[in-house]
Ligand binder design. Structure first.
Ligand code: IPE
Ligand code: IPE
Ligand code: MG
Length: 249
């Protein structure tokens, strides 16, 4: 896995993250219930994994359920969890065939048993695949991830001979190594569908220098051309990381 972030004009992102937003509005426009939007959205997610793999992307993270999404109506939360429990096992043969390694970012402990078991099974059965990492962000929150790393760092420092010295030795690299994302490549491109211009607690740490791409397309209507358009725009961006244009050319 590439663990560097290319400077200058990168051709292809290593890690693409998608905020799959707009399921509810899509359903409403069709005269359907929100859950139908989620159902169609899940099908699109399955397609996107295949497109990303074919386009040569190494890591794809999909924001499926945020820590704040628990506050939605109970029926919708239950529907989303059932969808996950149903769709994941069905997607397994596809994942095996396409050499997809399934992983999760987020705390799956509070998920209903059926969803948690489906997640654990998909992780275990695809663990040795090497084609593309599909990282499902489930009960994921960027603030929660940072907070978990702060607690980890504090405990780590307490176990060192000199607590203050250990704390002072913390730098962004060492801190990131204590985050859930320690073995995930830095996010290169963050895509958000559905028209909103916000991050909604996704990948906060890596958002520092990820390229952001917003599209009005609602997630259930997202197609291969939309992904290609995002990648094309990314290829035209200049990633400077604080340096001057001349330095990164
Ligand atoms: C994204 O679509 C899916 C989840 C957050 C689970 P939404 O359900 O947020 O759709 P809109 O934003 O209401 O249209
Ligand atoms: C972000 O979408 C979360 C997911 C796509 C899973 P939301 O619809 O929850 O975000 P807000 O509430 O509009 O910020
Ligand atoms: Mg939304």
């Amino acid at each position: 896995m590439a663990d560097f972030t290319p400077m200058g004009k990168p051709v292809l992102p290593t890690h693409v993250g998608i905020i799959m937003d707009g399921n509810g509005r899509w359903a409403k426009a069709q005269g359907s219930v929100r859950l139908e939007g989620h159902q169609k959205g899940a099908e699109v997610a399955r397609d996107v994994v295949k497109w990303a793999k074919d386009l040569g992307i190494r890591q794809l993270s999909l924001y499926a359920f945020s820590t704040e999404n628990w506050d939605r109506p109970k029926l919708e939360v239950r529907g989303l969890m059932s969808l996950l429990a149903m769709m994941l096992p069905r997607s397994l043969p596809d994942m095996q065939q396409n050499d997809i390694r399934f992983r999760v970012l987020g705390d799956i402990a509070p998920l209903p048993g059926s969803a948690r078991r489906a997640v654990e099974k998909a992780c275990a059965e695809t663990a040795t695949n090497t084609g593309l990492d599909l990282i499902l962000c489930l009960n994921y929150g960027g603030q929660q991830e940072i907070l978990a790393a702060v607690k980890h760092a504090a405990r780590w420092a307490m176990q060192q001979p000199d607590y203050d010295q250990a704390l002072d030795s913390l730098n962004p690299e060492l801190f990131r190594a204590m985050m859930w994302r320690h073995d995930v490549a830095p996010l290169d491109l963050m895509i958000r569908t559905g028209g909103e211009k916000r991050i909604s607690n996704f990948h906060l740490w890596d958002a520092a220098y990820a390229e952001l791409y917003f599209t009005d397309v609602l997630w259930p209507a997202f197609c291969k051309q939309d992904l290609q358009a995002a990648l094309l725009e990314y290829a035209g961006r200049e990633r400077r990381f604080g340096r001057t244009s001349e330095q990164v050319l």
